[in-house]
Structures are given as C-alpha cells and as structure tokens.
Design a protein around this ligand. Structure first.
Ligand SMILES: Nc1ncnc2c1ncn2[C@@H]1O[C@H](COP(=O)(O)OP(=O)(O)OP(=O)(O)O)[C@@H](O)[C@H]1O
Length: 228
C-alpha cells in the first residue's frame, strides 16, 4: 500500500536527502524507521503525505501516485494519512476537544458525527476527562495523546509518527507506544521514525534503517542496531 521505487530527493539547496529508495509496506504493518540524524527519515515520511515530492522515482500510497498527483487531489490523499510530530503542534488557543474536532470540521463532517467521533477518539487515548482543557494545561504525554487523537479521528489508513516520543520521559513514552500499538492492531499501518533504542528493542517490529538516503537494513522483528 506504500510503494517507493527508485526514489531520489535533492532539495533546492543541493542537499541530496534520498538516494535511491525502494520500499514496500503492506496495509497493517508497524514499521520503525531508524538511522543517524540527517539520514533522510523525515524526508522519507514527508513524501508519503506529499509534504515533499521526489526529484525522481515513484511514490504510491493506496494506489495514488503522490509524485505526479495534482495539487487539488492532495486533500484526498491526506484524509487517508494521520501525522504525529515530536513537538505535538496543537493549536494553543483551542481546547483539547476543539483541536481534535478541527480535523473533522475542515472536511465538513456533520456536527452530530463530529461530537461522537471526537469523544470516541478522546476515550481511546484516555483523555475524555480533559476535553475542555487547553494544551498548555496538559503534560507532554497528554498533549501527544491529543495529537494522536487528532491524527486518527478521521480513521486514516496510515499513521505517520515522526519521533513521537522525542520530547517525552520514558514512562510517558511507553504509554504513547501502547496507544500506537492499539491503533495498529485495529488495522492502521503505523510508520514511526525514532531514535529510541529501548523502544525498538523492546516492542519488536519491522525495522527499516536509512543511512545517507538509502535503505541499509530491512528486518522483520528487527533491532535498533546503533549505539546510543
Ligand atoms: N527543506 C529542506 N531543505 C534543504 N535540505 C533539507 C530540508 N529538509 C531536510 N534537508 C536535509 O536533508 C537531509 C535529510 O534530512 P531529514 O530531515 O530527512 O533527516 P532525518 O533522518 O529525519 O534526521 P533527524 O533524525 O535529525 O530528524 C539532511 O541533510 C537535511 O539537512
């Protein structure tokens, strides 16, 4: 369902971030993307939700070719993909409820459905009791759970998490991992870029290691493989 073939990406400043990627990920997989800083992990994920386009090569997501896709089709692609960032990226003046509802309002979902779906998803990330809080009234782990709720409220086929535990303490990181595992068990493909040796070596999944813009390792039940 995610298929990259012969993908190269050179940014306008001349930096080559991806150097011939061939990757195939099936629906329902859980994949860690690991590798040194600057290896191309974020660039790889950005190609999937068409934040960036490859310089050459093809990127297929659910049979849509994101490399040649017309601008007006991008919203349709993004409806199938949820994204979670290291720094949460919540809107600071909106409540927890409003941050999550916003994702549905922009696609003009009807108000009754919005209410039901937002409360369901807040229940899933165990934050129903904080629906009226503002982001800065929450802990880092709670903010990340809101951002996960926002990412999945539209039932995406793919969830991309770019270092979702990067700003969190170990205990909170495990909570986030359990939520990501639950989402994956329900059928969503999860792609997680991470520098956490402990997480990758404990919750074993497929590991794709990228170095200098190339896949140097692709292991099922893999390990982190780098010294911290
Ligand atoms: N918008 C951009 N313009 C120019 N160069 C960029 C841009 N984004 C990333 N790069 C460069 O592309 C290379 C790969 O960056 P990328 O962010 O994909 O790496 P990464 O593996 O995610 O790194 P990290 O683990 O530090 O987040 C780096 O050399 C980076 O400086």
């Amino acid at each position: 369902m995610i298929k990259m073939q012969g993908v190269y990406k050179t940014y306008p400043n001349g930096v080559t971030a991806l150097n011939g990627l061939d990757i195939h990920i099936d629906q329902g997989e859980f994949v860690y993307v690991v590798g040194p800083s600057g290896a191309g992990k974020s660039t790889f994920t950005k190609l999937i939700y068409r934040e960036e386009k490859p310089t050459t090569g093809t990127v297929l997501v659910n049979d849509m070719d994101t490399s040649t896709m017309k601008q007006r089709r991008i919203p349709m692609l993004r409806r199938q993909i949820g994204v979670v960032y290291q720094d949460f990226r919540l809107l600071p003046t909106l409540t927890v409820y409003e941050n999550v509802a916003f994702a549905l309002e922009v696609i003009e979902e009807n108000p009754q459905n919005i209410r039901r779906r937002v409360m369901d998803v807040l229940d899933q990330v165990r934050l129903k009791n904080k629906a009226r809080f503002l982001p800065d009234e929450l802990s880092g782990g709670e903010q990340q759970r809101v951002s996960i709720a926002r990412a999945i409220v539209n039932h995406p086929k793919v969830l991309i998490a770019d270092e979702p535990t990067g700003n969190l303490d170990p205990e909170t990181s495990w909570e986030i991992m359990h939520i990501l595992e639950e989402i994956n068990t329900a059928g969503t493909t999860v792609l997680m870029a991470t520098h956490s040796q402990e997480i990758v070596n404990t919750i074993r999944k497929r590991v794709i290691a990228i170095e200098d813009g190339m896949v140097v390792r692709d292991q099922s039940n893999g390990e982190y493989g780098y010294e911290m």
